[in-house]
Design a binder for this molecule. Structure first.
Ligand SMILES: [Zn+2]
Length: 337
């Protein structure tokens, strides 16, 4: 249908019909949302997202289902809660609880409080639900302690839960675009950050008397990456040499093998399915293609690859069964920061 035909269809309706149409569309949407959340939970339970070479439910929602980042975040949070407490889905379907409200509540629900909290939240506005959340789990820190460029804005109630990746989403602090090349960041930090930044300002005063907080933090981050990012070190120094004394048959992956694998895999998850590569860059771990436990060597780059945490778990589960799935019990995504 074209845009015009949608409008023409609405224009044809009498007043009461039009209002009825609006109500019934909304009702269908709510039912579909409950179905979506149940399906997302089930897709995760069957590990289908990992099988399709996506690193997380969040990434799947954004890249495959074309949801916005905020919407994906809300749905993953809500689906996580509904997977644990199925009865919540009926409140989504009947409209007594909104997706945004449930996403806010998701992290504070426990088997002990879930019935009473959901009962309190039903029929409430997002602001009222937010108040219930802070009542149960007071914020340990002020939301914003450093602000570089943008004026204050309302705290984003859809910030991703801890554990969702940036990309995956990271401990998700707020980032808002200010201009083509400037963003505004807000985050809480240890109180001594202020003194440390002030000291750096004093030291660099002659070179850059107007240095702003964001520019200083960027310098510090780039300096850290220069010295700690394995990909940067590899590009600068090349792969470390093979040592003669490396022990054949040992589980530990020798440094020269790690470097060869990093060079080959390019710092991206190497898991592939149906011609698609995962490509996640966060929290990469080395994986034995033929498991070490059944004789796969650690000192052969051809038997080692870099994979993201979810695919590492997925592959371990394929090789050794469900019992290895210890890290992913509470949410849909076990995601690196
Ligand atoms: Zn992956």
């Amino acid at each position: 249908m074209t845009g015009n035909s949608f409008v023409a269809e609405a224009m044809k309706l009498e007043d009461e019909e039009l209002l009825f149409r609006l109500d019934s569309i909304r009702e269908r949407e709510r039912g579909e949302l409950a179905r979506f959340l149940a399906a997302l939970g089930e897709v995760d339970r069957r590990h289908l997202i990992e099988r399709k070479a996506f690193p997380s439910a969040y990434t799947y929602c954004v890249r495959k289902l074309r949801l916005s980042e905020d919407e994906a975040c809300r749905r993953v949070r809500a689906a996580t809660a509904c997977r644990k407490f199925n009865f919540i889905l009926s409140h989504i379907a009947d409209g007594s609880l909104t997706l945004t409200g449930l996403a806010l509540l998701a992290n504070i629900l426990t088997p002990e409080n879930v019935r009473s909290v959901i009962r309190r939240a039903c029929g409430k506005t997002t602001r009222e639900v937010a108040r219930i959340v802070v009542e149960i789990a007071p914020r340990p820190e002020p939301t914003d302690s450093i602000r570089s460029a943008a004026p204050a804005s309302e705290s984003n109630p859809t910030a991703a839960p801890q554990g969702l990746s940036i990309g995956r989403p990271a401990g998700w602090d707020r980032v808002q675009a200010c201009s083509a090349d400037r963003d505004s960041y807000s985050f809480a930090a240890p109180t001594n950050l202020r003194a440390a930044v002030q000291r750096i300002k004093e030291i660099i005063w002659h070179q850059d008397p107007r240095a702003r907080l964001g520019d200083i933090l960027l310098r510090v981050c780039l300096f850290w990456l220069e010295h700690n990012d394995p990909q940067v070190k590899l590009a600068k120094n090349g792969p470390r040499a093979k040592k003669r004394d490396s022990k054949p048959g040992a589980r530990a992956i020798p440094e020269w093998v790690q470097d060869e694998v990093r060079k080959r895999d390019g710092g991206r998850c190497a898991f592939e399915a149906e011609g698609k590569r995962c490509g996640e860059t966060s929290g990469l771990e080395f994986d034995h293609i033929v498991p070490f436990a059944i004789g796969g060597p650690s000192d052969d780059p051809a038997n080692i690859r870099e994979v993201c945490p979810n695919h590492n778990q997925y592959l371990a589960r394929l090789a050794f069964g469900e019992k290895v799935d210890r890290r992913k019990q509470d949410g849909l995504d076990r995601l690196p920061p």
